[in-house]
Each structure stands twice: as structure tokens, then as C-alpha cells.
Write a protein that binds this ligand. Structure first.
Ligand code: NDP
Length: 483
């Protein structure tokens, strides 16, 4: 069990002023530990420590940064079973997903270890004789990282790894619901040979500690993943200080199932993308836009697939869908079920709380049919094991429905037509397009992000991450004697 000693500040583990309980959503009688709540004084100290440490880390050079990141990544991969179990216990995703997440987190570190070595500059000819130009990338400075609970190790990993690779210091505020995963990752980072203060873990309430962090004029950049309202608030705070900003927020990902699609594959991908991770993924398929020719057969098979999913304790063998993360999230999900019914959507299965041998937040995966795109359940991110089917008469109609959303993270199409797939790829208003694949499931070495209300600022992951985690400097050098 964790104790209060869970803040990592300027190279030391410290207590918070108070603590909150961290309980297992599969079994609320299982107290995982206590999550210390940092004071504002501790936060201010952390930011100062990070500012002091950052130039030393940049000066340590690329080999050092590579080696540290490689060591972190290698250890995460080697301990994926053990830390994955903790993730599953704390967040509620089935063990295979917890393990997979931690392994993936390791891959982000090893990938960015190599990025640290890559040359990130440009050379240019000057329009003036005798002048040479080079364009280099330097660290932005101190990066505030604010992460959510749904991928408590992978999301921070894809932010922390590039931040460190490009020479920055980090102040990390993880979600209050998943502090044990944050401590596990921090313990690995803290064991490396890095300057004290370079990497800091500050747990505490988002509204207090998170808000103060993003309002700090001493922070140079903020990378946030979470909800749209919080993202908007962070953007307002950042602009007051002209702080560099990267936001990954909500989604309402469409998946088109066309009349020429492979029916069974479409059902399998839709069920996987809608209910994997209990539907608590920003890439979840929440609007299934199905051609009328396939509609009835698709719906029948999808309902059967949803009902066949085994919902249970995340650590139990055979569980496919774990609990919802918290009582608050479960209550919100049930409200969306009521809202969908009130708007006239037809609930074909699920949508109720389930009893299991342990007291957890279990919910039966839900399928709504007969829905319209203007219903709340098709406009707002639910972050729940709930998906909606929308009937479409043609590809053009389906595409128009898909693009009629405030969000634009991922968009998928199931079709055997190369022409349709190519058209969709070019015309879907989304940051990631999936052809004959689930909307969820992305690689670690290519950019990730969306459009509209889904994302703001430069892309995350892959080489594109350099845009956010570095500042560009153009140098003009008169190399010889002026003519
Ligand atoms: P939030 O946006 O509230 O939380 C995300 C992170 O931001 C957490 O670390 C949180 O801390 C922190 N935070 C909260 N308020 C502030 C603030 N004022 N200033 C700075 N940081 C803050 O998401 P929730 O966890 O409450 O989830 C609510 C909904 O958000 C979900 O139902 C889902 O729709 C959406 N969501 C989307 C995600 C995505 O990947 N697209 C991920 C998670 C949620 P703390 O935990 O202490 O509150």
C-alpha cells in the first residue's frame, strides 16, 4: 500500500499536507493507498527547482539524454506485467490492457531516446554573401504536464519522454484517481542519474494545484490531456502568460460501415473500438454510421457481441470489460443512458449497473439504435461503454454525418472500395483516419492528435513532437571577412 510519501520534489520524496484515498474501482473495499495532496508552497518550490535543473540537463548532452530515456523505457517494458497489474487495479482496465499500456509506455521512452540523438536542425544559404545560417532546436524550458486517468502511464510517457529527450524539465500533475501508477513511473525516472529537480511529481487536486500550475508565469509550456472544459480553462490561463500550449481533449469518433463492408469484421472492430477500455478512450468509436443495406444485420450482430462481453473485476482471468473508473463517471454514464432514451433513441442492450461478487462500478455495454446525429448522446463525449448507431442512406450522407461534430480526433471507415476509402481519407475531418481498422489503436512513432475541439496546438508523438517541446533558433554567422 502506498503511503503519503508520494510527492517527488527537487529530487526528494515528500509528504503532502493532506491525502485522499485511492480505491480499486473493481472492488472498493480494496484500498490501494493514499494520494498526497501537495500544498501551493510545495508546487512553487518544484517550479523553481525545475528551472534550476533544466540548463544542467540540456548541457549534459545527447548521449546522456539517450541513455537515461533508454534505461527508463527498457525497465518499463521489462516490468510491464508487474506495473500493468497496478494500472489495472487502480484504473480498472483488464490485465492484458494494463500490461500492454505499460509496455507501450516503455516504447515511447525508447523511441524518444533515439530522437534525442537525431539532428533536429536545418542549414540554409543566406541571401547575403559570406553569411551562413543554421536553424537549431533548443528546449522550451520547464514543461507542465497534466494527464488524465484513462491511460495513467502511457499518456504521461508520451509527454515526459519527448520533454526530457529535447532537454526540458518536467512538473507532472497526474489525475487524482490514478496516483499509484504515477508513483510507479516516477520511481523509475527518479532512479536515473538526472539533476535534482529535473523531473517532479506533484499530486493534488486539478482545480487547486493544477490550476495554480497552469497559471504560473514561470512555466514555459503546458501539455494537457483531459476534458474540453478544463482544456479551455487551461488555454485561458496560458494565454495570460503567453505560455506555449498543447491540448488533447474530447472526441466523438465516427466509424462508417458501408454496404460493401465485411460485416463480421465491421462488428468486431466496432465492438472493440466502442467497448475496449470500458469505452473510456479518446479514440473510442461512439458514432457507428451504418449504411441502410447492412444496418439491421449489423445491429443484430453488434448487440450479440456486446452482450457476449464478459464484464468483471479487472484482475480476473477472462474479463474483457472492467469497471468504469469511478462512482462519478458511472453516475454520468447512467445519466447519458437516460438522456438517450428521453431523446427517443432505442436502447437495445446494456446501460445498467451490474452486480458482481466484488463491489465495483460495473456497467453493461450499451448499444443505442435509431439515433440522430443531433442527439446529445451523439454530440457530447460520454467516455462510457455506450455506442450509438446512426442509419445512413449513402456514403455521402454518412460522411456528412461523420463530419458534423465539434470534434475531430479519429474517424474510421469499413469498406472494400478503394475509391471510397481514398475519398474518406481525404475528406474526413479528423486528425487520424482508420480504414478497415477500429478507431482506437494507434502507433507510438507517428503523430497523434485531432482537429476542432479535440486538440489545440502542435501534435504529440513521433518526430512531430519536436514542434511543441523545442523552441527554434535561427543563427546568422558572418563566416569570413565581409566583402
Ligand atoms: P479532467 O479534464 O477534469 O481532468 C484531466 C486532468 O486535468 C486531471 O489531471 C485533473 O486533475 C486535471 N485538472 C482538472 N481541473 C484542472 C484545472 N482547473 N487546472 C489544471 N488541471 C486540472 O477530466 P476528468 O478526469 O474529470 O474526466 C471528465 C471527462 O473528461 C471524462 O468523462 C471524459 O469525457 C473527459 N476526458 C477525456 C480524456 C481524453 O483523453 N480525451 C481523458 C480523461 C477525461 P484531477 O484528477 O485532480 O481532477
Amino acid at each position: 500500500m502506498l503511503d503519503m510519501n508520494g510527492l517527488y520534489i527537487d529530487g526528494r520524496w515528500e509528504n503532502g499536507a493532506t491525502a485522499i484515498e485511492n480505491r480499486n474501482p473493481s472492488d472498493v473495499s480494496d484500498l490501494i493507498g493514499l494520494c498526497p495532496q501537495a500544498t501551493t508552497a510545495q508546487l512553487d518550490e518544484v517550479i523553481e527547482a525545475a528551472r534550476r535543473a533544466q540548463p544542467r540537463w540540456w548541457a549534459a548532452g545527447v548521449q546522456k539524454r539517450h541513455d537515461v530515456l533508454m534505461a527508463i523505457g527498457t525497465e518499463l517494458m521489462a516490468r510491464a506485467d508487474e506495473i500493468g497489474r497496478l494500472v489495472s487495479r487502480e484504473e480498472g482496465k483488464p490485465l492484458a490492457e494494463g500490461r500492454g499500456e505499460v509496455y507501450r509506455a516503455g516504447q515511447f521512452f525508447t523511441y524518444f531516446a533515439a530522437e534525442a540523438l537525431r539532428g533536429h536542425g536545418d542549414l540554409a544559404e543566406s541571401v547575403r554573401k559570406g553569411v551562413e545560417i543554421d536553424v537549431r532546436r533548443e528546449p522550451v524550458g520547464v514543461v507542465a504536464i497534466i494527464s488524465p486517468w484513462n491511460f495513467p502511464v502511457a499518456t504521461p510517457a508520451w509527454k515526459i519522454a519527448p520533454a526530457l529527450a529535447f532537454g526540458n524539465a518536467v512538473v507532472w500533475k497526474p489525475a487524482n484517481l490514478t496516483p499509484a501508477s504515477a508513483v510507479a513511473l516516477t520511481e523509475i525516472i527518479a532512479r536515473q542519474d538526472i539533476p535534482a529537480g529535473l523531473f517532479n511529481l506533484v499530486t493534488g487536486s486539478g482545480r487547486e494545484i493544477g490550476q495554480r500550475l497552469v497559471e504560473s508565469p514561470a512555466i514555459h509550456a503546458i501539455s494537457f490531456t483531459g476534458s474540453v472544459p478544463v482544456g479551455r480553462g487551461i488555454a485561458a490561463a496560458a494565454i495570460a502568460n503567453m505560455t506555449k500550449l498543447q491540448l488533447e481533449m474530447g472526441s466523438k469518433n465516427p466509424m462508417l460501415v458501408m454496404d460493401d463492408a465485411d460485416l463480421d469484421l465491421s462488428v468486431a472492430h466496432a465492438a472493440n473500438a466502442a467497448f475496449g477500455g470500458t469505452g473510456q478512450k479518446c479514440t473510442a468509436a461512439s458514432r457507428l454510421i451504418v449504411h441502410e443495406k447492412l444496418h439491421d444485420a449489423f445491429v443484430e450482430k453488434l448487440v450479440a457481441a456486446a452482450q457476449a462481453l464478459k464484464v468483471g473485476h479487472a484482475l480476473e482471468e477472462g474479463t474483457q470489460i472492467g469497471p468504469v473508473v469511478s462512482a462519478g463517471q458511472l453516475a454520468q454514464n447512467l445519466d447519458y443512458i437516460a438522456a438517450g432514451k428521453a431523446e427517443g433513441a432505442e436502447l437495445l442492450c446494456g446501460g445498467t449497473r451490474l452486480e458482481r461478487p466484488t463491489d465495483g462500478y460495473f456497467m453493461a455495454p450499451a448499444v443505442f439504435a435509431g439515433t440522430r446525429n443531433d442527439m446529445r448522446i451523439n454530440r457530447e463525449e460520454m467516455f462510457a461503454p455506450i455506442t450509438s448507431v446512426i442509419r445512413a442512406g449513402s456514403y455521402d450522407e454518412a460522411l456528412a454525418i461523420a463530419n458534423d461534430s465539434a470534434f475531430g480526433l479519429t474517424a474510421g471507415i469499413m469498406t472494400r472500395s478503394l475509391a471510397r476509402a481514398a475519398h474518406f481519407r481525404a475528406n474526413a475531418r479528423a486528425g487520424c483516419v482508420m480504414v478497415n481498422l477500429p478507431t482506437a489503436g494507434t502507433d507510438y512513432h507517428v503523430p497523434f492528435g485531432g482537429r476542432g475541439a479535440s486538440s489545440y496546438g502542435p501534435r504529440e508523438q513521433g518526430r512531430y513532437a519536436a514542434e511543441f517541446y523545442t523552441a527554434v533558433k535561427t543563427a546568422y554567422v558572418a563566416a569570413g571577412e565581409p566583402e
